[in-house]
Design a protein around this ligand. Structure first.
Ligand code: CUA
Length: 354
């Protein structure tokens, strides 16, 4: 009786843990970002691009096979537990002892081997399809460098450098325009993951990884760094903005312009260049050529600050300059001890960087 009670408690606990895990997997897969007007979700179950679609199809096949195996094994287990349970009057007799059965042993060896073999073939085909893709005419090439804790994004052929928001064209009936990505890291291992577009790929120091994405639906897609990389790993968000081909070409032309010399924020400009901001940040067309932090040439074209940690608003920009640690504790931008006046002037200058 006591054993039964103990078993029941354990079973109950197991059921609760199992139910909670399922809730987490389904529930958290659809959690909206902390802020933003985005329609994007971070779910692998609603892919809107290749190769995410192909990966999902393979996953569903694997999931289906595993579900069938689970139902058969759990069903047999439950059947045996009930059918051969201990009954009153069983005490003295021992059940018949059976040693070996060629049929059963063959069955439970050959069947799993076949199942594993099929899964290996299907998975290999998917991996080969994805990895062996050659960039077609019209491909956009970008290099993404992981930093603690932000993403540097370069388009070497287009002469564009930006951060945290990757802009790509969508493929449509007029043609295929995938984006091929070279992934690198400036410090530790990171992982690029935008669930609706593709699987995860790591960014490893001293190694270059490759991946590609080919979305067909314009919109904003959200992703995270998926490899623990230090204090602010959780606030290393990435957005991929997918444009129609025309919009994308327009975006490229905007980004290629050097910043226009601001006439209305001379004080702020002076403050920016008098402080050590220039050692870490680049503003194209000026003497600011630092490489350690994000390129600020078109800062105001970005929706967020600090890799998605806060929306890019005047108030947040002010807070960020006053003390970056208030928005992103542990981030590598120091508190420059600016006065309120300097902060206001510098924000006015930064807001000219459109
Ligand atoms: Cu970068 Cu986690």
């Amino acid at each position: 009786m006591r054993l039964l009670l103990y078993l029941n408690q354990r079973t109950l606990r197991a059921v609760i843990v199992f139910a909670f895990s399922i809730f987490c997997i389904i529930g958290f897969g659809h959690v909206e970002p902390a802020f933003g007007k985005d329609d994007g979700v971070t779910s692998i179950f609603s892919p809107l691009a290749q190769p995410a679609q192909e990966i999902k199809e393979t996953s569903l096949l694997v999931l289906a096979v595993c579900t069938v195996i689970f139902i058969v094994v759990a069903g047999l287990l439950v059947y045996a537990l009930i059918r051969f349970r201990h009954r009153a009057g069983d005490e003295a007799s021992e059940p018949p002892q059976v040693y070996g059965s060629n049929q059963i042993e063959l069955a439970w060896t050959v069947l799993p081997v076949l199942i594993v073999f099929v899964l290996i073939l299907v998975t290999s085909r998917t991996i080969a399809n994805i990895q062996n893709r050659k960039p077609p005419q019209g491909t956009v090439h970008a290099t993404i460098v992981g930093h603690q804790w932000w993403w540097e994004i370069r388009y070497p052929e287009l002469g564009i450098v930006t951060a945290n928001e990757l802009h790509v064209p969508a493929s449509d009936e007029t043609g295929s325009r995938p984006t091929f990505l070279k992934l690198q890291s400036a410090d530790v291992a990171h992982s690029f993951w935008v669930p609706q577009l593709a699987g995860k790929t790591d960014l490893i120091p001293n190694k270059e990884n490759l991946m590609w994405i080919e979305p067909t639906k314009p919109g904003t897609y959200l992703g995270n760094c998926a490899e623990y990389c230090g204090t602010q790993h959780a606030r290393m968000l990435i957005r991929v903005v997918v444009h129609t081909p025309d919009e994308f070409d327009h975006w490229v032309r905007d980004q290629q312009q050097a910043t226009s010399v601001a006439t209305n924020a001379a004080e702020g400009r002076k403050a920016f260049f008098a402080n050590s901001c220039v050692n870490c940040h680049t503003i194209r067309g000026t003497s600011a050529q630092g490489k350690f932090g994000p390129d600020l040439t078109h800062l105001m074209s970005r929706e967020t600050l600090a890799a998605g940690a806060a929306p890019n608003t005047t108030d947040n920009l002010r807070l960020w300059l006053r003390d970056p640690q208030r928005i992103k504790l542990g981030c590598l931008m120091p508190n420059m001890q600016l006065t309120d006046q300097e902060v206001d002037q510098m924000v006015a200058y930064l807001q000219t960087l459109k």
